[in-house]
Design a protein around this ligand. Structure first.
Ligand SMILES: [Zn+2]
Length: 60
């Protein structure tokens, strides 16, 4: 079984938010082994922090 993560972002500037689901392998491929992930807002290109949670698979 692969561990999965839920990455939540919310932009401090325009307030838009997004949730991405990635597997552990995809996480490492995209972001490396860093504990903190920063993403660019697709609306205003502002750099924003992401909250990473383990995805338990349940909808909630
Ligand atoms: Zn934004």
């Amino acid at each position: 079984m692969t561990k999965k993560y839920r990455i939540k972002t919310s932009c401090p500037q325009c307030g838009c938010s997004e949730v991405a689901h990635l597997s552990e392998a995809e996480m490492k491929k995209r972001y490396g082994d860093v504990p903190n992930i920063e993403l660019d807002c697709h609306e205003c290109m502002m750099r924003m922090d992401a909250d990473i949670e383990e995805d338990t698979g349940s909808d909630g």
